[in-house]
Design a protein around this ligand. Sequence first.
Ligand code: AMP
Length: 394
Amino acid sequence: MEYNKKNIENVNVANKKVLVRCDFNVPQDDTGEITADQRIVESLPTLKYLLQHGAAVIACSHLGRPKGTFNEKYSLKPVAVRLGELLHMNVSMASDVIGEDAKAKAAALQPGQIMLLENVRFHAEEEKNDPAFAKQLSGLAELFVNDAFGTAHRAHASTAGVADYLPSVCGYLIQKEINVIGKALFSPRRPFVAVLGGAKVSDKIGVIDNLINICDTIIVGGAMAYTFKKACNRPIGISRCEEDKLELAKELMLKAVGLGVHFYLPGDHIVGDHFASDARPYIMQHIADGMMGMDIGPSTIARYVKEIKFAGTVIWNGPMGVFEFPSFAEGTKAVARAMAKTDAISIVGGGDSAAAAEKFGFADRMDHVSTGGGASLEFMEGLALPGIACLEDY
Ligand code: AMP
């Protein structure tokens, strides 16, 4: 799905009440203290633009999984405090989402002021995309801005439903995802290399299936490589393998051959005899009985790094090994380093690959680190994202 959507700069926001769906789903410790405020920081450019251009901003988000009932543990109050500190202004917090307090505060809100609604998932209607709930939520505002890419693959009331009742555009975060990932998928600078890893083939089937039609090269690592290796009758010892996906793995590799796509599997491995950080690492080309592949080996790293170096566009989703264990982190680190150094357009899908790029200190040297895990996967699968599809075309 290719998108050409209006953004906040394409509409008049002055003196309008603007409902902004943000992704404030931040991690917290047991006391409710926010442990990483990156998502709040990332929302600032859109919020500041709206405030500086005379909008009255009604921000909303989900936080955690309160399962449709009010639960203080999942209140967005700590987010309102942190957002106020970052914006250097008062952020008034409503005690509900579509109730009397939210309505009164929204009605009194002046241009250049901002308020935050309570957690939209305090209502079960949110995730059901209930039209009556969406209508009431939209009734607080005159314009809808979606800037929560992390939930753009969900058709919820605050991510898509409200667009049935309000003119709707995207904020800067979603605009950047459309520009960078969209451009890579629809008019990539070539050669276009996809680096795919992670735990399961089953999670990535759709992505592989779609990218085979678009990419010049597909590089595979992580646990899912062993399902492909077994499908090629290679020894995999006790490595993770999805037996029920062996046929599918063969089909995907045949499809790649048919389309002239280079499909690379690891040729050597870092193995251990059990799945733990204290497992002793060995390099093996042919995985011995009783051994488990936990990372790609040095020759494979050299081959993969070369592909990344000479690429025009690289998209990466899924770690090359068990990067959480230092002895099995080198493959993932090497891919992240190569992506940071390459002249290619470097795009990191959200989730674990983004966490790994961050952990090893390469994230800020990538062209783009997606703000959504599931959403970026579905984008790469070629699926329509309801939270973007609902916005007005440019
Ligand atoms: P995913 O969420 O599918 O991207 O998978 C990420 C997880 O896959 C990480 O927690 C890695 O530790 C894990 N992983 C990567 N390679 C392997 C491997 N060879 N064996 C077991 N787990 C792996």
